[in-house]
Design a protein around this ligand. Sequence first.
Ligand code: AMP
Length: 504
Amino acid sequence: MPFKTLRLIEPLLRAVHAEGYTLPTAIQQQAIPHVLEGRDLLGSAQTGTGKTAAFALPILQRLHTAGGAKAEKLAEGSGPKAHTGHAAPAGGHHRQAGHGPRVERGGGHEGARRPIRALILTPTRELAAQIGESFGVYGRHLHLRHTVIYGGVGQGPQAAALRRGVDILVATPGRLLDLLNQRLLTLRDVEIFVLDEADRMLDMGFIHDIRKVIGQIPAQRQTLLFSATMPKEIRAMANQVLTHPVQVSVPAESPAADTVAQALYFIEPARKLELLEHLLEEPGVTRALVFTRTKRGADRVVHRLVHAGVEAEAIHSDKSQNARQKALENFKRNRTRVLVASDIAARGLDVDNISHVINYDMPGDAETYVHRIGRTGRAGAQGKAISLCTREEQGELRQVEKLLGRRITVLNHKLAPAPAAAKPAPKHQAHGHAPARAAAHSTTYSSHSAPRATGAHAKAAPKEQEKKTGQAAHGGHSGGGQKSPFWRGKRRGGRPSSRPHRKH
Ligand code: AMP
């Protein structure tokens, strides 16, 4: 479902496309139409799902269409175009979050003429800044203004921004109340109120502040409440603040998605391409999404694969919208078997039946790993996620395993030994990786700290052999002696065993 079917206005569509979003995420698909209609909304979704655009886009549209004439008028005589702006509270200067020329209006008391019409309350300053930035990006072609206020920094620039007047205010509760108490702003004109990350706000003890803020907003308003979890306190709050809400829910991407079998290979950087090519030769790889960390990396991988006769295309932000769309279409229609993507380009990518996600490069953070592997194993289908991990990437691997609460199965590849590895390597044989990992996970991996000689393995293992690292050592899934238990044995016996390092 493309963005335009959500009935978003052209300036927003343009902004969204410029961001490289090809399709709305699930929460955007579900929420935007209702918010555009003015309905209250109870959204069960967490950061990372595209939640910000799910509320920011329809808010911008509603404010623009309802107050378009007003905003245009305010912008008149102020330069070529008025933009949403962002008061950088810490920097002491007014910063333009969007692109293009910024319109500063003097006079100081415009705030009175330009009331705050949307308030977004969020628990942390990072989230506030992020949301503010999103309003700047999505609203860059509209004549609406926003600012962000949060504590821990001087209030001068924030107060100045409020005096100049904003349509949209993004705030953390404490600083907002502080400025309200000083009568530096009023919330009596708020038409749309967003309570973001409500569960986290409660956890952080903001309940009283929230009540006070709500007490200052008109009862006649549109309210959107987002929460990653829905404990009974949040439900109670929702009952109080929402009127006949539409409920939308996007399940958190489970770090331990049962339908995705995960494995990894330790490999030298110089041999990644070779290994990838080899992995893609497996007959089971019917539709593979390969992630690289950089755009250049994606192009390099595609170049090599195409050279080897594999139908592959890349999508990343250096490609035109048309080229990206075309690559995606080809992938969906099975004209290309392999799509090589950067993380940003693949956000929101929703293609059925991706058989394999391959992390050609380990992602920079663990959440991204979860997001990547969530592209496969969808709608109950089985999926496989394979990571190619170099010695340098073991830090990232550790983060991923920490988040997953389990170790990822290590497989040995059957590439011919690299010339360098064939030489005696007294300290780190087996690509020099196994010992490093053993050191990193000394308890669980002790049984595998013995060097794995690449050559010996390559000869002794005509097929990939699972190293049943942590799992096997701790009585977990054994694979029942099948050749490739990672692929086949695991699913039958239910969940692969896991051994949490730590509770999260
Ligand atoms: P959020 O959950 O709002 O924090 O969004 C997570 C990330 O997804 C942000 O980096 C957004 O820029 C990105 N994003 C949001 N919507 C889309 C979309 N439809 N397609 C691709 N990326 C998106």
